[in-house]
Ligand binder design. Sequence first.
Ligand code: CU
Length: 267
Amino acid sequence: MQWADTLFINPGMIALDTMGQAVFPYLAFNATAQFDQHNYFSRVEPGTSLQLTIMNLDSIAHNILIDEGMFSTGVLLPGQTSTIDFGVLPNGIYGVRDSLELNRFLGLSTFFVVWPESKECFYWHLNEHQSDWNADIRNGVTIDTEEYTPDYFSINDRVHPQIMSDTLASVTGKVNDSILIFVQNSGRMAHSIHFHGYHVEVLYSNGNALDIGREKDTIPVKPGKGQVYLLVPFQPGIFPVHDHNLISTTGGGNFPSGMMVMMNIGL
Ligand SMILES: [Cu+2]
C-alpha cells in the first residue's frame, strides 16, 4: 500500500447496517473523486518522502490539519487544491482531520501510518456519530455541541456486524505470527480497546508514552490519538475485540453493534 497522492474531500451519505439501516449525511477523505463512506487510510514505509495533495470537492470551505496542526492545508475553497510536503516523517500515526469540529462530526477524519511492514497489518479507525446532528449541520441548523450523546460507533466507518467483512479490520493470522494493529481515535470520546483471548504489546502511543511496552488486554485511546499494537497469538481460536465502554458496542440503541471486530487465529 502507498499513501494516496491525492485525497479528495467528498460529500455523501453514510449507511450503517445495524438492525435496520441508519443513513445520514457524511463527509469523507477518499482516494478518488467518488464518495465512499470509508475514509481512506494507509501505511507507508519509513524513509519515504511524503507529499500529499488534498482537493476539496465539497460545497463549503475546509481547512485540513495533519498531525494535530503541525501541518495544514490552509483554507480550501470549494474546488481548490493544496499540496503539502512532509519530507521524511518519524515512525508513528498521523491524524488528518478538518480544523472544525462540526465537520469532524460529519466524518471528515482519517490518518496515515509510517511504520515498517509486517506480513499481517490491520487498521482500526475509531469514530462516533450523533446521527441526528449530521443533517442539521449540513442544513446550517445550530446544534448544542455540549449535549453529545452519540448513537453510532464505528470502526473504519462501519459498525458491527458490517465491519466483519472488512479485511483491513478483521484480524486473521496464525499462532506465533507477529500481527500489527494500527489504531486511530478520530472521535470525541476515549475508547478502551478490550481483547478477548490475548494480550497485546503497545509498540507506540502518541497520547501516552507510558503505554509503550505495556502488555495488556485493555488499552484506552484518547480522542485524536493513535497507537500501534503487536499481537503474537499463543493459542488458536476466534475471539472478539470490543470497546470496553459498552455504549460503544450499541447502534441506534441496539446491541450488539458498534465497535466490535473478530480475530480468527489458526494453528
Ligand atoms: Cu468482552
